[in-house]
Design a protein around this ligand. Structure first.
Ligand SMILES: Nc1ncnc2c1ncn2[C@@H]1O[C@H](COP(=O)(O)OP(=O)(O)O)[C@@H](O)[C@H]1O
Ligand SMILES: [Mg+2]
Length: 245
């Protein structure tokens, strides 16, 4: 479970809030998508949720642990796939995965089974012995995904995860996200690709200028508006916002 309790974030001396009074609870077993245009505050929300940055106001709880009070317990719950893939260039893929398994104290038997399964699933077996600096962007992305899942996290957080993946890998990833939810975990991801959110998510939040404009299941979102597609709804909400501003 992830809880944002009146969370706001202001960067440095900026006059505006990158995240403005975010109040969200995402239950176990839910696949949750945060969608919004560039600069909406998606990555900031994710960095707050993963404890990379601290809120200006409010608090974040992950698996019931307060990120500010008990960061290690909160972070232990999380597997994180960031939007940039700055990995350790000189490690091999396999060394990186073992490093992640060490950090999260995963047993030898569990890590072996996990690594074998996922290298196969994402077709990275042949590259696993090579240094990461030789990897393409998509290969780095896949390695990050495998590493993030190594401790079977109760909360899996992904920032724009489909970017840079080929259609097959993207399909495998979406199946894994669903599988992880069905196993009783929470999955939170951000995207600006509406079709992905529309098809994949149990629940969606539309965010712009740091504020959640709408939140609910696709059916709930549709019932409030006359539009049929998420795209129409998204455009209506974000344009109404611009007119008010
Ligand atoms: N490190 C930072 N310092 C100052 N402003 C930032 C920083 N990171 C993001 N911002 C600003 O915060 C707002 C939200 O950004 P971000 O969360 O990255 O949006 P998104 O991921 O939805 O594209 C934007 O206006 C962006 O310019
Ligand atoms: Mg972003």
């Amino acid at each position: 479970m992830i809880q944002f309790d009146h969370v706001s974030k202001k960067y440095g001396k900026s006059a505006v809030l990158a995240v403005d009074d975010l109040n969200l609870t995402i239950e176990k077993g839910k696949l949750f998508g945060m969608i919004g245009p560039n600069g909406a505050g998606k990555s900031t929300s994710i960095k707050l949720m993963t404890g990379i940055i601290a809120p200006t106001e409010g608090r974040v709880l992950v698996g019931g642990h307060d990120m500010a009070q008990d960061p290690i317990a909160a972070k232990r719950e999380i597997g994180f796939v960031p939007d940039s893939h700055e990995l350790y260039d000189r490690l091999t893929g396999l060394e990186y995965l073992n490093f992640m398994a060490d950090v999260y104290q995963v047993s030898a038997a569990d890590r072996k089974a996990h690594i074998e399964k996922y290298l196969n699933l994402f077709e990275l077996e042949d590259a696993a012995g090579e240094q990461i600096r030789s990897y393409s962007r998509g290969m780095k992305q896949k390695l990050t995904i495998i590493g993030a899942l190594i401790h079977n996290p109760s909360v899996w957080v992904l920032d724009e995860p489909m970017v840079g993946l080929d259609p097959k890998s993207s399909h495998v990833l979406k199946e894994e996200m669903r599988r992880h939810c069905d196993a009783g975990n929470t999955v939170f991801f951000s995207t600006h690709v509406l079709e992905v959110a529309e098809r994949l998510c149990d629940e969606i939040a539309i965010i712009d200028k740091g504020k959640v404009l709408a939140r609910g299941t696709m059916e709930e979102l549709r019932s409030g508006e006359s539009s049929s597609s998420l795209e129409e709804l998204f455009l209506q909400l974000t344009e109404a916002e611009d007119e008010e501003a």
